[in-house]
Design a protein around this ligand. Structure first.
Ligand code: NAD
Length: 442
């Protein structure tokens, strides 16, 4: 079952040319990712003096799909899951963005994540628009069979809206290479031919790209290198604390560790670790591979995850989920650099506190763009049918991340705005330019 958004245009808020009134916000409003996205977009649009018509177009997602997915569970019951796919913009190319499986998925969250994908692809200047998908479910309590049936039915419901030239999903929280293999296979069965480029983040043997799995973490390590160089901090003096030890967090930790950064702390859902002399990340990865958790690792002391992120460090990397740095804890942070591995980890109220405290922010739409950049490489390689070595992928990724960091910093300096607003302005400007050139079909 597929329904396009029925929200009448009159009920959608019009551009107000105002940034959000952060003082009057309730905590619920503060932590609504769509309102945060909107406020930052409006602020950037106002600064850019954006044409009012383009402003209205880019403020809303182009398409919102809701599907209700019946799945036969292992115990014989039928369960119905709700899934979303929001395509925010296709102005610069096919829409691109991950699919998230989590009990917390909501339409507002998917909307925000879709818009962030539009801005992220524009920041790194790759020819994609933005989209995101999600299913409300708890993947950790589902069997592989249940996950496969749910993924295949979700993909089948989206058939008309997906495609290498339309909308290209990828993994996100709760999904992985296997999920992408099922999506690719389902789409291919319907098309009666193998279409590898319909999703990215696939296993390497079925059209995945070398280096994709590590790419978001790798991109984070590149922008951290650039940031500490800019702030005059030596790698050996750089203490790092991470939140989240999943795909993004563990790869960022590994690559930074291998470059000589000292990883003092890791906060994950089931516990935290701290070692003032630095954690041996290779040993921790080996422990986690065996134990299935970071908890119980003998090379660090146990620590409270919520308190851990407030400890002194040069770089704090939230790499878990949204809204972890808010009005309630932003003033307690003791980092010089906040590098956003997760999407939307910082609220707009927290932004102001961090700015007042002189924290150098590497915003999500720059810092975690390594993943979508490698996804772009995967899509290109699939369409060529010719695959690059991991060294070639990494070299191209490093160059794009370095150039994008420099573009954002130069923009921030020339427009006297902070890094986040600079990244939004750069992105909105690029998307608006293309949208205007293409004109409006009516
Ligand atoms: P993942 O599911 O692999 O890992 C998430 C990790 O965060 C898990 O270890 C989980 O236990 C932990 N976690 C969740 N909530 C937490 C909390 N409140 N406190 C501490 N730890 C918590 O997901 P991922 O792919 O690593 O994605 C993490 C974030 O990065 C998400 O915001 C995602 O949208 C973003 N992101 C991912 C990619 C990618 O390539 N995977 C790319 C760009 C952005």
């Amino acid at each position: 079952m597929v329904t396009e958004s029925l929200i009448p245009a009159t009920e959608r808020r019009q551009p107000s040319a105002q940034a959000a009134d952060t003082e009057a916000m309730s905590f619920e409003q503060e932590t609504n990712p769509w309102l945060a996205q909107e406020a930052r977009f409006d602020f950037a649009a106002k600064k850019l003096n954006l044409d009012e018509g383009i402003w209205k177009i880019l403020r809303q997602p182009a398409r919102e799909l809701i599907v209700h997915i019946p799945v036969g569970m292992d115990d014989g019951r039928i369960e119905v899951f709700t899934g979303y796919r929001v395509q925010h913009s296709t102005a610069r190319g096919p829409s691109k963005g991950g699919v998230r499986y989590s009990p917390d998925v909501s339409l507002d969250e998917v909307r925000a994540l879709a818009s962030w994908m539009t801005w992220k692809c524009a920041v790194v200047n790759i020819p994609f628009g933005g989209a995101k998908g999600g299913i409300i479910c708890d993947p950790h309590t589902m069997s592989q069979g249940e996950l496969e049936r749910m993924t295949r039915r979700y993909t089948a419901e989206m058939m008309e809206f997906l495609g290498p030239e339309k909308d290209v999903p990828a993994p996100d929280m709760g999904t992985n290479e296997q999920t992408m293999a099922w999506m690719m296979d389902t789409y291919s069965m319907h098309m009666r031919q193998t279409v590898t480029s319909v999703v990215t983040g696939k296993p390497v043997n079925i059209g995945g790209s070398s280096g994709r799995r590590e790419a978001t973490g790798r991109g984070i390590s590149v922008v951290c290198d650039q940031a500490i160089q800019q702030l005059g901090i030596a790698v050996k003096d750089c203490r790092v604390i991470l939140q989240g030890f999943g795909n993004v967090g563990s790869n960022a930790a590994k690559l930074l560790y291998e470059k000589g950064y000292r990883i003092l702390g890791i906060a994950d859902l089931d516990g935290g670790l701290y070692n003032a002399n630095g954690i041996d990340i290779h040993a921790l990865l080996a422990h986690r591979a065996q134990a299935g958790t970071i908890v119980g690792f003998s090379g660090a002391e146990a620590a409270n995850p919520a308190e851990l992120i407030t400890r002194v460090c040069e770089i704090l990397i939230p790499a878990a989920t949204e809204n972890v740095i808010t009005s309630r804890n932003a003033a307690a942070l003791h980092c010089r650099i906040l590098c956003e591995g997760a999407n939307g980890p910082t609220t707009i109220v927290a932004d102001e506190i961090l700015a007042a405290n002189g924290v150098f922010v590497l915003p999500d739409i720059l810092a975690n763009a390594g993943g979508v950049t490698a996804s772009y490489f995967e899509w290109v390689q699939d369409r060529m049918g010719y695959f690059w070595t991991e060294a070639e992928v990494n070299q191209r990724l490093d160059r794009i991340m370095t150039d994008s960091f420099r573009d954002v910093i130069a923009y921030a300096q020339s427009h006297s705005v902070n890094n986040r607003i600079a990244a939004y302005m750069l992105a909105v400007d690029r998307v608006a330019y293309t949208a205007k050139q293409r004109g409006m079909y009516a």
